[in-house]
Design a protein around this ligand. Structure first.
Ligand SMILES: Cc1ncc(COP(=O)(O)O)c(C=O)c1O
Length: 398
């Protein structure tokens, strides 16, 4: 009998991948399935980026690269952060890794251990809580409220900080809610964090370029007073439709950069060389493909929010960023998990239960609108029929 380490028992997962597998199995069996569960752009990587990757392979970039990433890529990241956030970053603080998730994993493993506490958003990206538990640290949820546009309250976050708190995780624009934290809330948070220099902050800004209606992205890196506490997580996956290339980056405080780099050397050595060249082309190339994609998301966002709000028992706030909506389905009479599974099995629409993002996600379901307008509207019609025949509603009414 093989004996795994005890910590394997607390590792969670991302339901999105399980739903994807079930949706694919139904489709393979001949069912028509519309996938609004998946968290990746439905656009191809821009052609000039693909071409740069192809050229890198043809030019013989087949070997290991420096563990932290090739210098021109780290310089391009620093220039991009200046262009977007007006923050000066030394390329020596940039650690290029195989996907945004890796910065998350490293930061949590670096600071989490038994006896320590890590604050994380709930509902939030499920991997935060999973890896916090894996590290042995105690996960301390920061609840996000629908009535506050799914922003956190700075006072509530600060109240939860104790001498045992090692890390605070922030995510704006957010998965699964699409919520965008306003600058005033960040200002209050940062003013309080200045009193807690022992707390590191992981700022997950992977959706920083997917914003609507002129919503402003505030990077936590732009606050000089906490600069030595902040780990910025960003990358290429969402902005440039490059989820399968597997590349992201972290900007680390100087004091812990060497430790992060050592984790990289122990884990993956370096990111795929050709992908790194493609990454330079993405950052330095034309912005139009990114803007075009965001325009398409913006149009779908309007359509899906209006359609969701027209459904019986469903209430949906307008998200400010990312490509998700997080409607409240409590009045349909379904709980989140049953809504997800019956909608997929009976109506062929894949979504993700809010509880997959933490206990505070009960009563909500995540819809991704990274799908065509036509498919989205077809899905909405299927849900209308599904809810019309819904035993869940009748049970609630009786
Ligand atoms: C909030 C958040 N952070 C990080 C990631 C991970 O991105 P990557 O695919 O680059 O690892 C995701 C992906 O869904 C995400 O939603």
């Amino acid at each position: 009998m093989l004996q795994m380490a005890g910590r394997m028992g607390v590792l969670g997962t991302e339901t999105a991948f399980e739903v994807l597998a079930r949706a694919n199995a139904l489709a393979a069996a001949g069912r028509s399935v519309i996938n609004l569960g998946i968290g990746q752009p439905d656009f191809p990587t821009p052609e000039h980026v693909v071409e740069a990757g192809r050229k890198a392979l043809a030019d013989g970039h087949h070997g290991y690269t420096p563990a932290n990433g090739i210098p021109p890529l780290r310089e391009a990241v620093a220039a991009d952060l200046w262009r977007r956030h007006r923050v000066e970053v030394s390329p020596d603080q940039v650690l290029v890794v195989p996907g945004g998730k890796v910065t998350m994993f490293f930061a949590i493993m670096m600071f989490g251990e038994p006896g320590s506490e890590i604050l994380y958003p709930n509902p939030g990206f499920p991997i935060y809580e999973s890896v916090i538990r894996f590290s042995g640290a105690t996960p301390v949820p920061v609840p996000l409220y629908e009535r506050a546009g799914f922003s956190f309250s700075a006072e509530e976050v600060l109240d939860k900080i104790t001498p045992r708190t090692r890390l605070l995780i922030i995510n704006s624009p957010a998965n699964p809610t699409g919520g965008v934290v306003p600058r005033s809330e960040f200002d209050r948070l940062v003013a309080g964090l200045e009193r807690h220099p022992h707390v590191a902050v992981l700022s997950d800004e992977i959706y920083s370029e997917i914003l609507y209606d002129g919503a402003e992205h505030v990077s936590l890196l732009s606050y000089p007073s906490i600069r030595d506490q902040v780990i910025l997580l960003d990358g290429w996956s969402k902005t440039y439709a490059m989820t399968g290339w597997r590349m992201g980056y972290g900007v680390w405080p100087k004091a812990v950069f060497a430790a992060a780099e050592r984790l990289a050397i122990n884990c993956h050595s370096c990111v795929n060389a050709a992908t790194q060249y493609a990454g330079i082309a993405a950052l330095e190339g034309p912005r139009e493909p990114v803007l075009r994609m965001v325009r398409a998301f913006a149009e779908r966002r309007q359509a899906i929010v209006a359609a969701l709000n027209a459904l019986p028992g469903v209430r949906c706030a307008m998200p400010g960023g990312a490509f998700y909506t997080f409607p409240n389905i409590a009045d349909t009479g379904y709980d989140a998990r049953r809504f997800q599974s019956e909608l997929l099995e009976k109506a062929g629409v894949a979504t993700i239960a809010g509880t997959s993002f933490g206990a505070f996600g009960e009563g909500f379901v995540r819809f991704s609108y990274a799908n065509s307008l036509e498919n989205i509207m077809d899905a909405m019609e299927r849900i209308r029929i599904f809810l019309g025949n819904a035993p869940g509603r009748m049970a609630a009414a009786s």
